[in-house]
Design a protein around this ligand. Structure first.
Ligand code: CMP
Length: 149
């Protein structure tokens, strides 16, 4: 089943010059980038994106961090894209993330952990709606679509 998920390259990754590295890993896996923006997240957007963590001790630091530098937000499509991207990025605490995953290779931090991706199709819909209108999503075919999944 082709799914669409929300992925964000976090501020640590942007200021470390890792946008290309992270995008490349998603593309090489065969995932299709159908929406892409470099933004400075507003306070409202940060509060909405991380609403599920409101009240937790790290919430204020998390929203401040996510607004500390630009982020890249994207809509990503592929076969079982939600689970595939979550496996590709690795565990939240990058110290424990498996080598070979984005976090396992590029970070040692739980907060500055390079990348965020939705954990369910429903959350993907909600998170995508914060940053993309339906008309922002670009339909096209990748030449290798019949060879990667
Ligand atoms: P992310 O996938 O963006 O989803 C929520 C984020 O909160 C998570 O990655 C971590 O960066 C951060 N986070 C989760 N738990 C903690 C924690 N205990 N301390 C600090 N940051 C956390």
């Amino acid at each position: 089943m082709i799914e669409r998920t929300f992925v964000m390259i976090k501020p640590d990754s942007v200021v470390r010059g890792l946008i290309g590295e992270v995008l490349s890993r998603l593309e090489r896996k065969g995932l299709k980038i159908v929406g892409l923006r470099l933004i400075h997240m507003s306070a409202d957007e940060a509060n909405s994106l991380y609403a599920v963590h409101k009240g937790k001790p790290f919430f204020n630091d998390l929203t401040a961090f996510i607004r500390s530098a630009p982020v890249v937000v994207m809509a990503v499509e592929g076969e079982s894209a939600v689970a595939v991207v979550r496996r590709l990025i690795g565990s939240t605490d990058a110290k424990e993330a498996t080598p070979g995953t984005v976090r396992g290779d590029l970070s040692c931090s739980k907060s500055m952990n390079v990348i965020h991706a939705s954990d369910s199709v429903d959350n993907a819909k909600m998170e995508l709606s914060l940053f993309f209108r339906d008309s922002d999503i670009i339909k096209y075919k990748r030449l290798d679509e019949s060879h990667v999944c």
